[in-house]
Design a protein. Sequence first.
Length: 224
Amino acid sequence: MAPSSQQPAPQRPPASASRTDNTHDDEMPSTDELMEIAKKSLQTGAMTGVVGMMVGAGSGILRSAPPTLFALVAGLQWFGLGSTFIASRSLLSHAWGGEENLSPSDHVKASGVAGAVSGMVGGMFRGPRNIIPGMLFFGTVGATGTYFSQRFRNGPKDSESKVKSGWLDSKWSPLKRLSDKEYEEKLEEKILRINAEIAIIDENIASLRASSSSSTRPSGRDSS
């Protein structure tokens, strides 16, 4: 008898590997997203570059140096700082789930890392010795600026929550916070009470007038 030739069954890749690949593909930005990030980075870099050129020209004039050279160098440095900061922060936000899904602390972390990257680029313009100080300085500036901006944005919400949870809501408070509906009901009760008191006063006035008129009639007959 000839030995039966059996072909080995094809093995499927493990589910964990396929899931890992899909997750990695989901974290990678698409071409349109990369173009949008590049566009935003270039726009921000152009604006910061213009500011840098103005600062460089002013410093060149103050130092009695060629203002054009100072303006070009400063504009290039500021362009690199602004564009790399926006690009790094956008890529980090996308890798962490998108800006709309980030917590305030995640925004601060992303801005700090992006500031460190832009500080590294800025330090490369000035020499290797300025890379680490630039990373520390701009990373701190980016994280601190984002932290205070988050506090400023969440300030009105925090104040509203503090007002709602103030001392009036305490069980030991002799006063009670009323809603609009409860306030309207209280006003209606007071108006009904005032109307009832006015009706009683009108009845008393009418009875007094009737009694006074009845008391004056006999005196008039006697005089006649």
